[in-house]
Design a protein around this ligand. Structure first.
Ligand code: ADP
Ligand code: ZN
Length: 606
């Protein structure tokens, strides 16, 4: 590792050492090599091209698909004293010309640009006259049709190599399974380069799936127990499937005292943009959204992502939950899962008019998702297995690790449930079938004469809640189907025969029955145990917000929460002390050091 790179890592970015493969990538790119970098969100991809950009001669050209992301990165770089700019539709013609002139004069270290603009003949002509340090292709999975954000312009980026064969290119992404990765290498012509593939694990995210009974109250209890409730001031995202549910949930959260906003594709663009802007620039907002929200959100201190409805696939789940805890501090991914949800997603696949092959892929993806929900194994192991990334030991930071789930031989109860569905004519929903199993004397029971059935009252060994969990699992396993077009009646699935005949067995999970959520300390971001440290942390956050507002930038480009946590913990007394903390480079030290030191001095421990 060159001394110069290490020096800049410290002076500009305020870090003592490289993380994972960062050092190797930086070396390789400084030496002029091409690279594909695959790192999970929060892994530290930006540094892999930002540092070489400072060391190599000329300007680094960063291709980025989203304006919001560019602006964020440029704001953060400027705070660190780096000469950076973004060329996009936010710039006036005059500003663009000025930036281009600076590029030619070698007065900029990095320029972010959208692919459409980069590929215009005029811009390429302009580039011909600039010293270029490197090309960084961010969100490189956009080049692949396999990925989820295919962008045709990305395909033309291969021409960079032909036009500028001596300029190193570095492609970066957080989401690329095997086929996508191969696609990136082929389409960007990177075969000669090196691949740096880090694992997919996001160790700071705690994964949890709970059986749904009353989703909204469960959500409230979760935020109270884990994120300090309305007083915690923690930012989170709540995903719902429908626009209506988004509106409704946001309204109910506001009623409960939360600073909650809505985001979905049906809103006026201006309102949507405004809400997104507030989420990024203010603290402690809970964003309730459809999956339309999230692309280009780089906010590092999102402390939780909650799903009130099932995501589309495990990839989608990984991506959506991945928006939590980019700063590496503890974060939660929390999801509720119920019979209706499972039925809904099953139905979407069954009803899809995609060609047979496509449908089979969708079914497999769905099975993987449901398998994840119903697993008794470590959730992280199941998730990483799916991405062919092996985790040898259970993680200790997911619900199944923290409170191990027992499985039991569910063969007999499953047989009872299936035959009860059959005897009642395969038209009733779970609620009534469970009443039959429990032998409940409801008026409906008498009217239908279901109290005469042989299956009436044969299921008293389980409670209603336990039966609900059994039915959800039977649907997830495809042994039961829910008729979504009619009244939601349950039908036998095509594969239930062997089980009914006793030729196969079935293991089911014991869903932990609702316990009172134990009140955890309303831990702030990093779980500062000492209340005095916590108070200081909050005071530091307030100062940061004020400084950010004054400049019109998001708070996290000034300092990340992780830096504030360190300040609260170590209480630096001098600029020199402060400069040793992670994330404090020289530019920020000079600009903000005294400000934050005075907050420390004013908030001494009692
Ligand atoms: P990605 O683009 O991979 O999602 P970022 O580049 O945004 O990740 O980095 C994620 C976080 O990690 C940021 O808060 C960044 O400041 C921090 N970080 C990056 N590299 C290091 C390092 N070497 N040491 C400490 N923190 C780092
Ligand atoms: Zn685990």
């Amino acid at each position: 590792m060159s001394d110069r790179a290490r020096q800049l890592l410290h002076d500009v970015f305020g870090f003592e050492s490289f993380r994972g493969s960062q050092g190797a990538v930086v070396d390789h790119v400084i030496a002029g090599g091409d690279a594909l970098v695959l790192m999970p969100t929060g892994g530290g991809k930006s540094l892999c091209y930002q540092l070489p950009a400072l060391i190599r001669e000329g300007v680094a050209v960063v291709i980025s698909p989203l304006i919001a992301l560019m602006e964020d990165q440029v704001a953060a770089l400027k705070q660190a004293g780096v000469r950076a700019a973004a060329l996009n539709s936010n710039r006036t013609f005059g500003d663009s010309l000025a930036i281009e002139r600076q590029m030619r004069a070698g007065e900029l270290d990095l320029v972010y640009v959208a692919p459409e603009r980069l590929l215009t003949p005029a811009f390429l002509d302009h580039l011909d006259g600039c010293p270029i340090a490197l090309f960084a292709i961010d969100e490189a999975h956009c080049v692949s049709q396999w990925g989820h954000d295919f962008r045709p312009e990305y395909l033309q980026l291969a021409l960079l190599h032909q036009r500028y064969p001596r300029v190193p290119r570095i492609a970066l992404t957080a989401t690329a399974d095997g086929p996508t990765r191969k696609d990136i290498v082929e389409r960007l012509d990177l075969a000669e380069g090196r691949s740096f593939v880090a694992g997919f694990d996001r160790p700071n995210i705690c994964y949890r799936v709970v059986a749904k009974n009353s989703a909204f109250s469960q959500l409230l209890r979760f935020i109270e127990a884990e994120h300090g409730g309305t007083g915690g001031g923690q930012a989170g995202i709540v995903y719902c499937l429908s626009r209506r549910k988004v509106e409704e949930t946001a309204a109910r959260l506001r009623e409960a005292g939360y600073n909650a906003l809505a985001y979905h594709a049906g809103m006026e663009k201006a309102a949507r943009t405004e809400n997104q802007h507030r989420f990024i620039n203010e603290e402690g907002i809970v964003m309730v959204a459809t999956i339309a929200f999230g692309m280009g959100i780089d906010k590092p201190n999102v402390r939780f992502v909650a799903h009130l409805d099932l995501p589309k696939s495990l990839e989608a789940y990984y991506q959506e939950t991945g928006r939590a805890g980019r700063d590496g501090l503890p974060a939660n991914a929390w999801m509720t899962d119920g019979l209706q949800d499972v039925a809904k997603v099953q139905q979407m696949v069954l009803a899809s008019d995609a060609p047979e092959g496509q449908k089979r892929i969708e079914q497999r993806k769905l099975n993987a998702l449901l398998g994840f929900c119903e697993t008794t194994r470590c959730r992280r192991q199941v998730l990483l297995d799916y991405f062919a990334d092996h985790l040898p030991e259970p993680c200790g930071n997911c619900d199944t690790c923290l409170t191990p789930v027992e499985s039991f031989d569910g063969t007999t109860v499953a047989q009872k449930a299936l035959s009860c569905v059959y005897r009642t004519g395969e038209v009733f929903g779970a609620a009534h079938v469970i009443d039959v199993l429990l032998g409940s004397e409801t008026p409906r029971m008498e009217k239908l004469r279901h109290d005469q059935l042989s299956t009436f009252g044969i299921g008293k060994e389980l409670s209603k809640g336990e039966w609900q969990s059994v039915f959800r699992q039977l649907v997830a396993h495809g042994l039961l189907r829910v008729d979504m077009e009619g009244y939601g009646g349950l039908r036998l699935g095509p594969d239930c025969r062997p089980l009914l005949k006793g030729e196969t067995t079935l293991a089911l999970r014991h869903d932990p029955q609702q316990r009172k959520a134990k009140k955890k300390v309303a831990a702030a971001a990093a779980g500062l145990a000492d209340p005095a440290d916590e108070a200081l942390f909050q005071a530091l956050r307030q100062r940061r917000l004020a400084l950010a507002k004054a400049q019109g930038v998001p708070p996290y480009v000034i300092f990340h929460d992780s830096t504030l946590v360190e300040i609260a913990r170590y209480r630096p007394g001098s600029l020199e002390d402060l400069s040793r903390l992670p994330g404090v480079g020289q530019a920020k030290l000079a600009r903000y050091g005294d400000d934050f030191l005075s907050v420390v001095a004013d908030n001494g421990p009692a």
